[in-house]
Design a protein around this ligand. Sequence first.
Ligand code: BF8
Length: 621
Amino acid sequence: KVAEKRALDRTSQMMIEKTIEDGVETAWDRLQAQQPQCGFGQLGLCCNNCSMGPCRIDPFGGTPTRGVCGATADTIVARNLLDDLAVGAASHSDHGREVVETLLHTAEGKAQGYQITDAVKLHLIAEEYGIPTEGRDDAAIAGDLARGMLEEFGSIKNRIQLVDRAPEKTRKVWQDLNITPRGVDREVVEAMHRVHMGVDADYLNILLHAMRTSLSDGWGGSMMATDCSDILFGTPTPVTSLANLGTLSRDKVNIVLHGHNPVLSEMILKAVEEPAAKEAARAKGAAGINLVGMCCTGNEVLMRHGIPIAGTILDQELAIATGAVEVMVIDYQCIFPSITATASCYHTKVVATSEKSKVPGSIYKEFRPETALDTAREIVGMAIENFAARDPNRVRIPDRPVQMMAGFSEEAIRKALGGTYKPLIDAIVAGTIKGVVGVVGCNNPKIKQDSGHIALGRELIRRNILVVETGCAAIASGKAGLLVPEAADLAGDGLKAVCKALGIPPVLHMGSCVDCSRILVMASHVADELGVGIGDLPLGGAAPEWYSQKAIAIGTYFVSSGVYTVLGIPPKIFGSQNVLSLLASQLTGVVNASFAVEPDPVKAADLLEAEIDRKRQALGI
Ligand code: BF8
């Protein structure tokens, strides 16, 4: 059946069938309509940067060997990669900036509905920034911290403060390569400068800057997004919840939160919880209001409040196809521009909230910190009003949502281990746990939805490798039942015993994609306890189903930080042998990590295990 080829999850399959019955177009249909996709583009050999082009290079060694400007395959491929990576880094970091700005507005008493929730974390980070905390109130500290962080974007200090969280040895590697990130905006702007015609033509130099730009994301913009979200909304602790499209409700008003920034989703949650909203829903004949998340903003409210998660990027159209979604609220990133066309087939209203991310056909409600709660109330009111427009004859909601656990922030993991990473290190030294792999990233309709994540996750835990996840990878594992303590039965004996003793799943949900920064911080703590660099640790990374430019930034900051990373989808670099061999092998001599491309999950697990063994051997364990 078509649905079984497209998705692994039962509820996603059911809704794919409904989209076919209802004649509703999805990303899978659009992928088919795009076949065959451009071969030059796939190899990264097409350059559309300036109006002497577009140009393309013959991948078989024939002519043309240069674009009109004279750029070679190496230059074009490296430049395209930097361009994509900078877009990804900018997306994470601009999201981060908005959270920091909201912290500032909160500190200044100008934000409606926000408060400082984790004062302990606020104080700890303020100390990192050298901000006095003794005898000062939280608002004053938060104001100083927010201003300090905003400076990191266009700083003249030439060094992002949070880089200091990395182990000394790792920082030394960056220093020697001259890739220590100087400022978040600066690296992205410089990337844009370098890809202009007639600027950087040296593929090696371009790729070094790509590494620096990625570090400004992972150890800069993304880390600030995570930290300030924790300060404002709370640092996650383990919670139980539900996953898949069965989390939508037949008799309640359904609101789907889709996008990335918790600054929005937290306020919608607040508005939904107000008694007046519940009463209004009941007055319209609904049994209440059912709030569910999707993609990373879903992960944010799942991690902190246990809000059920309906699905991943490829579930956004499927959720609407249930015919039961009153409002889908969006901010930015990973929202299909056609989502309003999907919604127009049903009664669903799409509400756009960000001035920088408008979608034709949506209703626009500008969301600003000053009026956040009022706007959230208005949006919830729209959903309640729209309940009457639901056509019960067109509603089909899959049954049986799956139990899951989330909330494994770095702090929560450390606490579960008794306050230090020593027990984890002991288990790794003893070989009970072989190593840790971060499985992250998206869905991509080129791969059966979730199948890459799940096959790789299962294969790794079977080999006693602990898996930590973020983004859509974590949601996929939730849907597949890997995020419950009972899933430890699928793990090898060593990992199983550790999970059973701690009551944790063998796959830990660490948050949204910006929360990959939590993985970096965890790795830093472990490395510091051992007195080594991140590159010395038996760690790995994988993005089995990635699609997004943000994933390129994440993969590159993982590798630049010393974490070997396997991609399930080939990046557009195969048009340059030089770029390929630099990223896939030569980098090992520099950062002790590289990229690999392996679509087969079992072979990917082989590669990751071999890397973990290599690092274990070097550590003498
Ligand atoms: O930041 S994993 S599809 S939702 S890009 Fe997007 Fe990819 Fe999902 Fe979150 Ni991340």
